[in-house]
Write a protein that binds this ligand. Structure first.
Ligand code: FPP
Ligand code: MG
Length: 350
């Protein structure tokens, strides 16, 4: 425990307070979607539960965990759990813990991810390790993870614990499976798809399966919803990687160009290289950590080569697959909302 950790505890500035709709950049689109799906009240109940759970007896944990929860986020994973449950027999009290658990796992993974990456901004706010320190970020991530376990244990169906436990194992494996090469692009693509599936899509899949189980779904329904969640998660991460090329900090709530600056190889770059093999691009990437002007040069070259457009088409393809997995379910408001949510994921700009 550091001295800084003890001194730096303070109330979260009211100007920083946000709701589950998150920071300015994406609040409108997804909030309207949730409203239309009649989901807002239930998501607010999830939000209250999350905030309640941050009441640790340790002041620093309380401050840093509430800082994280109040920074919002789209709460897409919680929404997925709720909507999945609505495909079955919906009772909020049966699914709320599964919805809270997935957001707590997500919060844990982001606090740790920012610590590993030494990223200073997330969702328009300063990150935990930057505002407090590395020790606090490590502990807060662990704390969130324990809170998530608690929520899982309160869920009605024991399979929910298994879904999330499997997902967390996979997320950790994915986080430690970098794309190690740009060429041959076939191998780079294999590495990218594996990593993306593990790091991001696995948790979307688990949220959908947990929600469907909480709604009393049978094995086939749980499996179908899981496939929907996985493909949706693939599209979500591809768009996230694309926005690193095309987005701006004010909208994203974190700096653009981060992946390139850290030497992280993502889909737009690989697809640009596949379309127009480029020696300068290769040289910059092989160098490892490009400077700001090199980052800008890579961004322009990737866009010009059609890498961003091709990645966007790939995200659309995953969304088509995701929606296809919903075929076994009869029409309902929840089903329409899941389709709209899928389309939102590829249309978002943050
Ligand atoms: C964000 O992706 C990071 C993740 C989706 C996973 C991070 C996982 C860990 C740190 C492993 C620990 C997991 C748990 C559950 C405690 P990104 O880096 O592509 O996106 P970003 O640009 O928003 O950071
Ligand atoms: Mg990161």
């Amino acid at each position: 425990m550091s001295v800084q950790m003890v001194h730096n505890v303070g109330p979260v500035a009211s100007s920083e307070a946000t709701t589950f709709a998150g920071h300015q950049g994406m609040a409108g689109g997804v909030a309207a979607l949730f409203e239309q799906a009649n989901l807002t009240q239930d998501l607010e109940a999830v939000e209250r539960l999350l905030l309640e759970r941050t009441r640790s007896r340790a002041e620093v944990i309380r401050a840093a965990s509430s800082h994280t929860i109040r920074s919002g986020g789209k709460r897409l994973r919680a929404a997925l759990a709720l909507l999945a449950a609505r495909l079955g027999h919906y009772r909020l009290e049966r699914v709320i813990h599964a919805a809270a658990a997935v957001e707590l796992i997500q919060a844990a993974s982001l606090v740790h991810d920012d610590l590993v990456d030494q990223a200073v901004r997330r969702r328009g706010r300063v990150t935990v390790h930057a505002r407090w320190d590395n020790d606090v970020a490590l502990m807060v991530g662990d704390y969130f993870f324990a809170l998530a376990a608690d929520e899982m244990a309160r869920s009605p169906d024991p399979r929910i614990i298994t879904f999330y436990a499997q997902a967390v194992r996979t997320v950790v494996e994915g986080e430690l499976s970098p794309v190690t090469m740009l060429e041959p692009t076939k191998q780079a693509l294999e590495q990218y798809y594996y990593k993306t599936g593990a790091k991001t899509a696995a948790l979307f899949e688990a949220a959908c399966k947990a929600g469907m189980a909480a709604g009393g779904g049978n094995d086939a329904q749980i499996a179908a919803l899981g496939r929907y969640g996985f493909d949706l998660g693939m599209a979500f991460q591809i768009i996230d990687d694309m926005l690193d090329f095309t987005g701006d900090e004010a909208t994203l709530g974190k700096p653009a160009g981060n992946d390139l600056r850290q030497g992280t190889i993502t889909l737009p770059l690989i697809l640009a290289m596949e379309r127009a093999p480029s020696a300068p691009l290769r040289a910059i990437i092989e160098h490892g950590t490009p400077n700001d002007s090199q980052v800008q040069a890579v961004i322009q070259e990737v866009i010009a080569a059609g890498g961003v457009l091709a990645a966007s088409a790939e995200a659309q393809r995953f969304i088509g697959e995701a929606i296809g997995h919903l075929k076994p379910f009869p029409p309902s408001p929840a089903l329409s909302a899941l389709v709209r949510l899928a389309n939102f994921v590829v249309e978002r700009d943050a």
